[in-house]
Write a protein of this length. Structure first.
Length: 267
């Protein structure tokens, strides 16, 4: 009987440990904004958006002169919007209006980050553009980097957008867990992050970007996601780390996005 009780206690503690790892691994928010677009010479508007469940989010809207499209930007699982100035500047130079938000619990956004909350945050950002920036929505590109790819794909599977760019993302949480925590049985993974089933529903033009050197999210998981997607789709393979591939392979990265925009007349 004692052995059985010890075994049950072990199972309970192990399950609690798995839940702790899930929450700890998924989000690394930072509250302090270290800089703003003004620091790179770009004008912007502070934006405050309220989600369906009453959470107040903060973001920036960065208008482009003679803009050709609007891009809704979902960042990765760490830091906040102030860590994405390089990409904001890149898209601004491409004459794209940019809306970037912090998920709940990040930066100046209220609340606590969760998977379901992230989907509500993405929907709120989309609704803000649809209701407040109608004159700038001839076309809408949704861009998601890393975990932001989950928010982008979920939104694109539910709402009408023009094009989707998925940068350094993955197939689903189970596949990621096998890489990070191979000792955890798949059936214990409760967070879904199910990109692969949702990407199959999306028929708009899609550009996937992934580095072969990515040590955070393996290239194989980006490739698996790409292969599950419907046409029209393109895969850009770059080099460099998970967070600096756009710098390491800058010319190739920028050129591929420009070509994608031109091919699909996103202007």
């Amino acid at each position: 009987m004692k052995i059985i009780l010890v075994f049950i206690l072990f199972i309970v503690l192990f399950v609690l440990y798995v839940r702790y790892l899930e929450n700890k691994t998924l989000f690394y928010p930072a509250k302090l904004l270290s800089s703003t677009p003004n620091d790179i010479g770009v004008s912007y508007e502070d934006v405050f958006i309220t989600t369906e469940d009453g959470c107040k989010l903060h973001g920036w809207f960065v208008p482009a002169e003679d803009s050709r499209s609007t891009l809704l930007f979902f960042h990765g699982n760490a830091g906040n919007i102030s860590d994405r100035l390089g990409k904001i500047q890149l898209f601004h130079r491409m004459r794209l209006n940019v809306l970037i938000i912090d998920y709940r619990g990040f930066g100046q956004s209220n609340g606590k980050p969760t998977e379901s909350g992230m989907y509500l945050d993405a929907k709120a950002a989309f609704d803000y553009l649809k209701n407040s920036k109608k004159d700038m929505l001839d076309s809408l590109i949704v861009y998601g980097a890393s975990l932001g790819g989950v928010a982008a794909i979920n939104l694109a599977s539910r709402e009408e957008i023009t094009a989707l760019i998925v940068d350094s993302s993955f197939s689903n949480a189970v596949d990621m867990a096998k890489r990070i925590y191979p000792f955890i049985p798949s059936f214990l993974v409760t967070i879904k992050l199910d990109n692969i089933s949702k990407i199959k529903k999306i028929s708009i033009p899609k550009l996937f970007i992934h580095s072969v050197d990515d040590m955070t999210i393996p290239y194989s998981l980006g490739q698996k996601l790409f292969e599950a997607a419907k046409d029209p789709k393109e895969m850009l393979t770059i080099s460099g780390g998970h967070n600096d591939g756009h710098i390491h392979d800058e010319e190739k990265y920028n050129s591929a996005i420009e070509i994608f925009l031109d091919q699909h007349q996103l202007r």
